[in-house]
Each structure stands twice: as C-alpha cells, then as structure tokens.
Ligand binder design. Structure first.
Ligand SMILES: NC(=O)c1ccc[n+]([C@@H]2O[C@H](COP(=O)([O-])OP(=O)(O)OC[C@H]3O[C@@H](n4cnc5c(N)ncnc54)[C@H](OP(=O)(O)O)[C@@H]3O)[C@@H](O)[C@H]2O)c1
Length: 272
C-alpha cells in the first residue's frame, strides 16, 4: 500500500509500537498525535483533515477517558479511508465501558472495513503506565481480587495491529489480544519483585483502592464509582489466553516473565 497509514496515539504505549511494526515491514506511516510531526488533536477538528489526507488505512485509538469523536470517523469515511483498526479492551461489557463500547459501535457503523482489537491489560502498565508509581513505591493496588488476567505485551498488540492494517482477511473481526498465560495480579507483581530484588506487595481489595484514590484527593463518591467499575471484571472470573497473536503474526506471544526480565535488565525499575 503506497498511501500513508495513519497511526493515532503514535507516541503512546501501543501507537509507537504500531508505527515501528509498520515501518519494519516497509510501510509508509503517518504518526499522529498532539506532539507528532503530524499534529492531531481529538479536541481540535481543524487538525483532522491534514491527518486523513490521502489515507486509506488507519490505526484508531483514544487516550484514556477521551472518546472517539463520531465526526472524525465520519470524516475518515467521507475522505476515503477504507480500513480501520480500533484499539479496544477486553471486558468492556462487564465493566460498562461506554466510551469503548461507543467507539466500537462507531467503527462498525462507519462503512469502513473495520477490525477491533480487544486487548488485555498491557504488560507495560507496570513500567510505562499507571502501575509504575506503585511498583516504584513497593505497593500496587487494584480492585481486581485474585482473578487471573492474560497480560499482553504491547509489542504483540502493535504487531497484531500492523498485520490487521496491511493484510487481507481481518475485516469484520473482533479479536481478543492476549498474552500466553493467565496470572493473578499478585503473581505478576511478585514476578517483578523477584526480578528487581525488592519486596513488592499487592492489594486487590476495593477498600484499599478507594482509600488510595481518596488519599490523593479524589472525592469519596467518585472513588467509589471508579472502584465499582471493577465489580464486573471480578465477577467475570479468570480470563483465558487466545491464539490471536500467534495466528496473525506467526510468532509466540511474549510471556510476562520475559517482559519483566527485559524491563528489569534495561533498568526500568531502577532506583536512582
Ligand atoms: N492500559 C491497558 O492495559 C489497556 C488495555 C486495553 C485497552 N486499553 C486502551 O488503550 C488506550 C490507551 O492506549 P495507550 O496506553 O497506548 O495510550 P497512552 O500510552 O496513554 O498514549 C496516549 C496517546 O494519545 C495521544 N494523545 C493524548 N491526548 C490526545 C489528544 N487530545 N488528541 C490526540 N492525541 C492525544 C498521546 O500523544 P500526545 O501527548 O503527543 O498527544 C499518546 O500518543 C485507551 O483507550 C485504553 O482504554 C488500555
């Protein structure tokens, strides 16, 4: 495909890996975000036409708490985008994630050939994302109890997205993108603790999570509401690995232990 492939969120955890994977397979890429060479801002519709100019395929992601704008999807369809790969998330029905449910509805109704990636928790949450401060402080807290989740490496999500953007046969599919094995948060955190040689604790209770949010200044009511979104995840029970990574990329998905070993080796959790 000679036309540039638009990658939104191109400086983020997944987008930057989508860019790398596409470039590694020789594709012309247009990385877009507020700080990318192609400035793209969800809050500034004037930035959208240049991002979409001449594009036939795009990777679509919305940053946390930001919705996919219906007018952007409509503009993409009107300007000739033929293929869209949307980054979504597992368990969005159970967690009543209206933002991502709406994003999925929008791409399905857009008239563009769509593929939806329902990704599990990214491994990189622990060194690039919202668990990093907890790891550094020695205590991670999430109201998920002891359900098993199939953490997936962002490299694998990026590689799957690149295939869905460039190979035929994926339109109309929603893929659950997971790592190779399910583990509890406690096991994940213990794996990191062992690798870095520091004691790390994990608390999966709702009360501890609410207390943590309140301590950083969130009103009690809001903290309770956020914590309650995890009720559905807990009652859904253990997650199961899927074969999406292997099937689309031809490679085995990266194991959480290997992610941790690599991150520890490059000093991701080093105390300065
Ligand atoms: N964390 C998980 O385990 C997980 C699992 C499944 C699905 N998800 C979903 O994945 C998405 C997050 O992906 P990620 O972790 O790759 O994101 P991320 O690392 O937080 O990066 C966000 C990206 O969006 C860009 N951005 C921020 N505000 C923007 C704006 N107003 N307009 C345009 N671009 C903006 C940022 O770049 P600039 O600052 O340069 O604009 C950056 O490239 C969310 O929708 C989340 O629900 C997350």
């Amino acid at each position: 495909m000679a036309e540039p492939i638009l990658v939104t969120g191109a400086t983020g955890t997944i987008g930057r890996r989508v860019v790398d994977a596409l470039r590694a397979s020789g594709h012309d890429v247009r990385p877009a975000s507020r700080t990318s060479p192609c400035p793209f801002d969800w809050g500034d519709p004037d930035s959208w036409p240049a991002a979409l100019d001449g594009v036939q395929a795009m990777f679509l992601m919305a940053p946390d708490d930001v919705p996919v704008e219906p007018d952007f999807v409509k503009l993409a369809a009107d300007t000739g985008v033929e293929r869209v790969v949307l980054l979504s998330s597992g368990a969005i029905e159970e967690m009543h994630d209206e933002r991502l449910l709406e994003a999925e509805r929008l791409v399905k109704e857009s008239g563009i050939n769509w593929t939806i990636l329902r990704s599990s928790w990214f491994d990189q949450n622990f060194d690039e994302g919202f668990f990093q401060p907890g790891v550094m402080a020695g205590a991670v807290c999430m109201p998920v109890g002891d359900v098993r989740q199939v953490f997936v490496d962002a490299e694998d999500v990026g590689a799957v997205a690149a295939v869905a953007l460039t190979a035929d046969g994926h339109a109309g599919n929603t893929y659950a993108v997971t790592g190779p094995r399910a583990l509890t948060f406690a096991e994940a955190v213990a794996t990191i603790g062992e690798a870095i040689g520091r004691p790390l604790t994990f608390d999966g209770s709702t009360s501890a999570y609410v207390a943590m949010l309140v301590e950083v200044g969130m009103p009690q009511e809001q903290a309770d509401l956020i914590a309650s979104t995890f009720d559905g995840l807990r009652s859904r029970g253990d997650d199961e690995p899927t074969d999406t990574v292997r099937r689309l990329t031809g490679k085995e998905p990266i194991d959480f232990r290997d992610y941790v070993a690599d991150a520890a080796k490059r000093g991701a959790w080093a105390l300065s």
